[in-house]
Ligand binder design. Sequence first.
Ligand SMILES: Cc1cc2nc3c(=O)[nH]c(=O)nc-3n(C[C@H](O)[C@H](O)[C@H](O)COP(=O)(O)O)c2cc1C
Length: 149
Amino acid sequence: MTVIEGIVEHGDQRGRLLGFPTANITVSDDEVSDGVWVALVRLGRGRWAAAAVSVGRRRTFYGETGPKLLEAHLLGHNEDLHGQEIRVELQVKLRPQQAFPDVQSLTEQLHHDVQQACDWAASHYPGLVSAASTETSATGPATSNMSYV
Ligand SMILES: Cc1cc2nc3c(=O)[nH]c(=O)nc-3n(C[C@H](O)[C@H](O)[C@H](O)COP(=O)(O)O)c2cc1C
């Protein structure tokens, strides 16, 4: 299992506009290969969250030249983690990175990724994420329904 630890940095804030805010850490090719993953993330004070995690260069926006980032979209958490140290444990690879033709196609795929992450977390760590969290909301991403204990 790949484990990444780092201090959360400021992103471009585009993720918040898309409805998928992320906690970002700069990573190198030596540390982790590109892809989209389900992960467990340790927040401060020993708290854990499940997350849909992107590792790559945001090819939809930056081609092959963007900085390589790990971006964790935490399920059911909406706190500002900038400046905090987090530990990310990649559990299951969902798919490779893609360059999408437009923002809408990327957003549709993100909804799908988050739903898969919710389903995986609910079946493997039911104590971390409640069963209600796996239902997709008609009004937004699955995370709008997340309820963690
Ligand atoms: C689960 C997940 C999967 C992602 N997959 C891709 C991808 O396949 N291709 C891509 O260009 N960006 C992907 N991204 C990154 C988004 O483009 C990025 O989070 C968004 O542009 C916001 O960037 P920002 O943090 O700089 O604001 C993914 C992000 C998440 C959370």
